[in-house]
Design a protein around this ligand. Structure first.
Ligand code: CU
Length: 547
């Protein structure tokens, strides 16, 4: 039986100045209970719901030609047994292969997570998505380069009983991508309630490497959750403070399970880690101090393996590890931990106060703060193996986008604007609006710089994981100011900035420049903070690719 903790966000709530900010924000925000996930109150479709046909926006059924793989995917309420006692009410993606090999969907038993979708680059995928939950929703394929109407933009959200037809070709290289909801204002509670799954792409280049596969290639999603005394998911229990800071749970679940253990043989493994948490950042390290060997991140394999003493993994980021258990005796175990770190910095309040330095108590004793230490999972070495696949010293070829290919540099300030909340250049999300500075010419390359100097209203500066929809980008450089340096140095050795990225953590006081191409598809796409509470508050904007 797992002991339940009922912790409050006390360190923050004691901030007098922040209290005012919270009151100001609360006055213009929807109440928390509207967003609380839980059992479906109405088992039948709403009377005003449209019949179960594709809405006018989803006209892809008429696309000519046949898909290679066709899936049915449904978001639906269900229950899972996570703890002794009451089952936990969750929302879950449930899938079925309608056309193609059954191995395109890999169900995960006894978890709230959606099935793993496995597909090969170049294949054409159709997904008939049906909404069976009591909120509007839509599916976003995180990290995939797809047309605007296939990307899960919130304007395509469908009501309960409605369906949306996806039909697109896989253009991405082999990599660890994922899918999750993207309706405006309620993405956080829907992901939290269980709606998320892996989307794994393979290609010929990757398959030729002979990396560990099958049962030795293990996707692992890390999520923090908070449960009430009746085993039910609790969300936004800290009210507006949770929205301002981002919701943090006090218990780690891996692949939807508490106290996750992984039984391995004495041989190398490929572990794919996804931070599927709403706002928690992890500083991942082995408890015996072994370095981590990274072979891939958001957009697939790196050029060559790199080592890190620990891995910094912000919400939505992925890393792929090569982990060799060959030298470990059967019967031994090793724990993957998240080490403590400093998350806030700069700003008028200063990082120390945010962490409770002046409040007494600090963050010691509460696991519910950003930067708290956790055990993530335990690996148990349970059997001998003589298989010794070799780690390739060259994994892939990554063409660096030359900086001088960029036709312009755009600056995006990550700021707090009273009473609205977190913004991008002072703006919050508008469903179809695009500012002049958010229009990009099709076929061009641009540098975007994300500048985190956004304190205000008594709130210190927070880290923001910034995600761009569409093509993957490359990280050009980072600059950190003096005020943010302590927090930055507590995480910076764990950044994996090599390779292709779709999400980048921008620390307090930091400026990060990324370069990307805007090719193939016109239309509205999103860039936003992947702290899901920030996103739901409107820290998201459209950019439009115009011909
Ligand atoms: Cu944010």
């Amino acid at each position: 039986m797992i002991e339940k903790k009922h912790l409050t966000r006390r360190a923050f709530l004691r901030l007098g100045g922040a209290g005012l900010a919270v009151a100001a924000l609360a006055a213009c925000a929807p109440s928390a209970d509207v967003l609380t996930p839980g059992p479906d109150p109405s088992p039948t479709p709403k009377p005003d719901a449209a019949p179960a046909t594709a809405p006018a926006s989803a006209t892809t059924a008429a696309k000519p030609g046949k898909a290679d793989v066709e899936l049915a995917l449904t978001a639906t309420p269900t229950t899972v047994s996570l703890f002794a006692g009451a089952a936990t009410q969750v929302w879950q993606y449930q899938g079925e292969v309608l056309k193609g090999d059954p191995s395109h969907l890999q169900p995960l038993p006894d978890t709230y997570l959606g099935p793993i979708i496995r597909i090969k680059k170049g294949q054409r995928l159709r997904v008939n998505f049906t909404n069976d939950i009591a909120q509007e929703t839509i599916v976003h394929w995180h990290g995939l380069h797809v047309p605007a109407d296939m990307d899960g933009h919130p304007r395509f959200a469908i009501n309960r009983g409605e369906s949306y037809q996806y039909d697109f070709q896989i253009l991405n290289r082999a990599g660890t991508y994922w899918y999750h909801p993207h309706p405006h204002g309620i993405t956080g509670p829907q992901v939290y309630a269980g709606l998320a799954g892996f989307f794994l792409v393979s290609d010929d280049e990757e398959q030729a490497l002979g990396l560990p596969s099958g049962e030795f290639d293990i996707p692992l999603v890390i999520q923090d959750r908070l449960f009430d005394a009746n085993n039910q998911l609790a969300y936004l229990t800290g009210g507006m403070m949770d929205r301002m800071m981002g919701f943090l749970g006090d218990q780690i679940l891996v692949n939807g399970k508490p106290d996750f253990t992984l039984d391995v043989a004495t041989r190398p493994y490929r572990l794919r880690l996804l931070n599927g948490s709403n706002s928690r950042i992890y500083k991942l390290a082995w408890d015996d101090g072994s370095p981590l060997t990274v072979i891939g991140n958001d957009g697939g394999l790196l050029e060559k393996p790199v080592q890190r003493p620990y891995i910094t993994l912000a919400p939505a980021e992925r890393v792929e590890l090569w982990v060799d258990f060959s030298d470990r005796p059967v019967g031994s175990q090793i724990v993957l931990q998240s080490l403590p770190f400093i998350s806030e910095g700069g700003g008028m309040m200063g990082g120390g106060m945010m962490r409770g330095g002046m409040m007494g108590g600090g963050m010691a004793g509460t696991t519910q703060e950003q930067g708290a230490a956790f055990d993530i999972l335990t690996v148990r070495v349970v059997k001998e193996s003589t298989e010794r696949p070799r780690l390739p010293q060259r994994l892939s070829t990554i063409e660096r986008i030359p900086a001088n290919e960029a036709v312009t540099t755009r600056s995006v300030a990550l700021t707090m604007r009273p009473p609205t909340g977190w913004t991008l250049n002072g703006r919050t999300f508008e469903m179809t609006a695009v500012a002049a500075e958010e229009r990009v010419k099709l076929g061009t390359t641009e540098i975007w710089e994300f500048i985190n100097n956004g304190s205000g209203m008594g709130v210190g500066m927070l880290p923001h994981p910034i995600h761009m929809h569409g093509q993957q980008f490359q990280i050009l450089d980072r600059q950190i100011d003096r005020a943010g340096r302590a927090a930055w140095e507590s995480l910076s050795q764990g950044f994996v900035d090599e390779g292709w990225k779709d999400t980048v953590l921008v620390m307090p006081g930091e400026r990060v420049r990324v370069i990307r191409r805007f090719a193939d598809f016109t239309g509205l796409f999103l860039y936003h903070c992947h702290n899901l509470e920030h996103e739901d508050m409107g820290m998201m904007r459209n950019f439009e690719i115009v011909a």
